[in-house]
Design a protein around this ligand. Structure first.
Ligand SMILES: Cc1cc2nc3c(=O)[nH]c(=O)nc-3n(C[C@H](O)[C@H](O)[C@H](O)COP(=O)(O)OP(=O)(O)OC[C@H]3O[C@@H](n4cnc5c(N)ncnc54)[C@H](O)[C@@H]3O)c2cc1C
Length: 506
């Protein structure tokens, strides 16, 4: 009997496996595909943008360098992480195909942005992400079994059993990370609700006989959208057919030719198609992420269009949020209700991402209403406030969980606070424990923090920039659980530590 069985060795299942392995759980990952890697996971089709928030998750687990190497990124994402002032972002991305200028981001509106080695997004691919994560998972003792398709589960108050063919795999907890068409979701009886699509999307690698007929980059047209990527023949399309194309059919060359000519408004000729897949902007989310001993994370819990490149980032955020909570629960030292905060915190973020993609689909509609909205939004998003707003959303820096505190940092991703000796918060988080950072001269939190040292790391010293704080309590997922002013209130710290890490001495 394992502590946790994870169904699906995609990026989210593997990230979660690493989190659980790091926390000392016994973990078995069951994966349908017999072999890792496929043309859909390597460049160019597997290309994915990781937001700064996701890159920071890799940094906080000591996986930033391996991620950059595997992704073929040779420059550091941040030229000088030791600077006193944060560097401006290198990119903001787009909203509804409207590319935003990073020079317009107002850094003064981001008071908690401190320099760190992972402040910017990284362009990677699924294969790189999965390679780094599966290597780390194996080092942490996680077992990954491939060629295993889970087709049934049973669960009761004590355990969960996953079935694949004649094999049964028992665990105390099961997490479905089995993607947008999740079997676990249906088998466990999760309710999945949302909205029907406006369009069918296509992504393909083919040969265009006259490629210069297509403009590079994202192109909104009076009849839809097409995207010409830098790799020759790598094309994306959005066809506003109400999502009518049946995904169970493989699109033919003729069909793709017709759609490409329609959405591009050109007469280009598609002479060959090597790989193609279709998707829609159907936006659905389960009403909870937990039913008894079965949980969901990643695309298994939420599906939406890839507009704005959010799905992987959302899923990594789920895994980071769930890992330490499930581990504490499995080890029996979780404070009451800790596991239920997973749905409470992550469901609203998923709902927001669904809306963010819905808004883009609505704006991109190739009709007079959509075009009127595009004009209005182009004006608004081009302003300093508009660009900063989008940046905060897509980088993950606007995420704030409601932890019941009015202190402005509580519930947010912690800035990468640094002690005078150069120690960074991101490095202190690498063993998966929470961190109590104590800037007070009399080390006021030492005893309270060290009583929980299996779950909480204590570090003290003067800060390079303390942001006006005397101490900070950071959860293993990098979220600020409590922050005190320079006259540190030890009792308030203890209450927060009890709430998130359990009583001292256990
Ligand atoms: C064209 C496109 C571009 C995108 N671009 C971006 C981007 O730039 N940024 C971003 O953040 N997101 C992007 N996304 C979304 C992102 O790819 C997904 O959100 C992400 O891959 C989801 O990861 P996952 O681990 O939840 O699911 P998956 O990657 O789908 O992994 C699920 C795994 O479960 C396995 N599995 C399924 N069923 C079973 C079963 N019954 N038993 C055992 N194993 C099973 C599968 O084989 C698979 O390995 C894009 C998506 C598309 C389609």
């Amino acid at each position: 009997m394992h502590d946790v069985v994870i169904v699906g060795a995609g990026p989210v299942g593997l990230f979660l496996a690493c989190e659980l392995g790091l926390a000392g759980c016994s973990v078995l990952v069951l994966e349908r595909d017999p072999e890792p890697g496929s043309p859909w996971r390597a460049d160019p089709l597997g290309m994915r943008g990781l937001s700064a928030g996701s890159v920071e998750a890799f940094y906080r687990r000591g996986m930033l360098r391996p991620l950059l190497t595997a992704s073929g990124v040779h420059d550091d994402p941040v030229p000088n992480p030791d600077a006193d002032e944060p560097s401006p972002p290198r990119g903001v991305g787009h909203f509804a195909g409207m590319v935003l200028d990073p020079a317009e981001v107002d850094l003064a509106a981001l008071p908690f942005r401190l320099p760190n080695p992972a402040m910017d997004g990284v362009l990677t691919n699924l294969e790189a992400v999965e390679t780094v994560l599966s290597e780390r998972a194996s080092e942490l003792g996680v077992e990954i079994r491939r060629g295993v398709t889970v087709s049934a589960i049973t669960h009761d108050d004590e355990s969960v059993v996953a079935y694949a063919g004649e094999h049964a795999y028992a665990a105390r907890w099961l997490v479905g990370c089995d993607g947008g068409r999740s079997a676990v979701r249906g088998l466990a009886g999760f309710e999945f609700v949302g909205t029907e699509p406006l369009f069918t999307g296509y992504v393909m690698l083919g040969t265009v006989a006259d490629p210069d007929g297509l403009s590079p980059g994202i192109n909104l047209t009076p009849t839809g959208m097409y995207l010409r990527m830098p790799t020759e023949g790598h094309i994306g399309m959005m066809d506003f057919d109400g999502g009518a194309f049946d995904r169970s059919r493989q699109p033919t060359l003729d069909h793709l030719q017709t759609v490409l000519r329609r959405v591009s408004g050109t007469g280009v000729t598609l002479s060959d198609v090597h790989l193609v897949s279709s998707f829609t902007d159907r936006a659905m989310q389960t009403t909870t992420y937990r039913l008894g001993r079965v949980l969901l994370a990643g695309d298994a819990a939420h599906i939406h269009s890839p507009l704005g490149g959010q799905g992987l980032n959302l899923g990594i955020g789920d895994a980071m949020n769930l890992g330490w909570k499930l581990a504490a629960t499995a080890h029996g030292h979780a404070p009451d209700g800790l596991l239920d905060t997973y749905t409470r915190e992550r469901h609203p973020i998923g709902a927001w991402v669904l809306d963010w993609t819905r808004a883009q689909a609505a704006v991109m509609r190739p009709d007079p209403h959509g075009q009127a909205l595009q004009g209005l939004l182009r004006d608004l998003l081009g302003t300093r406030d508009g660009t900063t707003h989008v940046f905060e959303k897509v980088s993950g820096s606007s995420i704030r969980y409601d932890l019941g505190s009015t202190q402005p940092l509580v519930g947010r991703n912690a800035p990468d606070l640094r002690l005078e000796d150069g120690t960074r918060l991101g490095e202190l988080l690498q063993d998966g424990r929470g961190v109590a950072l104590d800037f007070s001269t009399d080390r006021r939190l030492r005893d309270a923090a060290t009583g929980r040292q299996s779950r909480l790391r204590y570090a003290a010293g003067a800060a390079r920039n303390d942001l006006g704080l005397g101490a900070v309590l950071v959860r293993p997922d990098g979220i600020v659980a409590w922050a005190g002013d320079r006259d540190v209130d030890r009792k308030a710290f203890e209450r927060a530590a009890d709430q998130w890490f359990g009583k001292s001495g256990i």
